[in-house]
Design a protein. Structure first.
Length: 307
């Protein structure tokens, strides 16, 4: 099996904006998805589909993972989108928005295969979990079909779905904080609206061998917020993060690439354990701490992220 291509930075671009699509193809992002859904007004849906098909056929995408976000499963557009795109060899995957029911995902997978029966490998499905129902059903969605390859968290629509009073995509509402008692001087601590849905999606992805992609930071001109949001996702174990502007590519990529210090320590952990094995031991002390095979598995994950 060929090694999986990284999707640490997943750049979103409106499919009907041909100039932006061409720039995305030459960007430093690992992956790009051309959007036919929320970033495209209804009057431009047909043009967006034509542009996406043309870009897949004519642009040099290098080694990028290239996807198209379809319209919703109940939209009048999705059948034509599948028929137009399925057989194009450069299409790696389609992103299904507002994924909620496993039966819908299986039906889309079957439609893709029926539209391109001679395709050597099927188009992968990447599911956008962005509603309360989608999160409740995330395990069934992850197992809906053997062509499902990734789960994405749709942070903006998810916040709207649960009624959160948030005005910025990917950010917790200012009022979502814990306030202490009078004895503590009413000290307050901000809380993270996305901690639960991120972990819930991540666990489902790992349970079924899928990639996990976090949603974007809406404050695309704020480098600090962009990087801190990416660092959180990377630290949790996500494989990558959506970005909505080229300025977010570099800080997001930096967050998902382990530092030289992290890599050096991870390699020392692996080397120490290999030495312990040679001595017939299953654990060893390194820098005053006991390490065993669980530490080695964590270390190898860091090394893999850095490769």
């Amino acid at each position: 099996m060929a090694p999986q291509r990284p999707t640490r930075v997943y750049l979103a671009v409106p499919a009907h904006r041909s100039r932006l699509v061409a720039k995305a193809a030459t960007s430093a992002a690992d992956a790009v998805f051309m959007d036919l859904e929320d970033a495209v007004p209804p009057s431009e849906k047909g043009a967006a589909l034509e542009e996406a098909a043309g870009a897949l056929s004519s642009l040099d995408w290098g080694n990028k993972v290239v996807a198209v976000r379809l319209n919703a499963v109940d939209s009048p557009f999705i059948a034509q989108e599948i028929g137009t795109l399925a057989a194009l060899p450069r299409l790696d995957s389609v992103i299904v928005p507002k994924a909620e029911r496993a039966s819908d995902i299986a039906a889309i997978a079957d439609q893709l295969r029926a539209a391109a029966p001679d395709r050597p490998s099927p188009v992968a499905l990447e599911l956008l979990i962005e509603t309360a129902l989608g999160l409740v059903n995330v395990d069934a969605l992850a197992a809906a079909h053997d062509s499902v390859a990734a789960l994405h968290l749709g942070v903006g629509d998810f916040a709207a779905s649960i009624g959160a009073r948030s005005s910025e995509i990917g950010a917790s509402p200012d009022g979502y904080r814990h306030v202490g008692s009078a004895q503590s001087g009413y000290a307050s601590a901000p809380l993270d609206l996305f901690a639960y849905p991120m972990m819930r999606l991540l666990v489902a992805a790992r349970a079924f061998g899928l990639r996990a992609i976090d949603g974007p930071c809406g404050a695309f001109r704020d480098g600090k917020l962009t990087e801190s949001s990416a660092l959180k996702a990377a630290a949790m174990g996500f494989d990558g993060k959506q970005v909505i502007h080229p300025d977010q590519i570099e800080p997001t990529l930096r967050a998902f690439v382990p530092s030289d210090t992290e890599l050096a320590h991870a390699r020392r952990v692996v080397a120490a354990m290999e030495h312990a094995e040679a001595q017939g031991q299953g654990a060893v002390t390194l820098d005053g701490k006991m390490i065993d095979y669980a530490n080695v598995r964590m270390a190898r994950r860091i090394i893999e992220m850095g490769s």
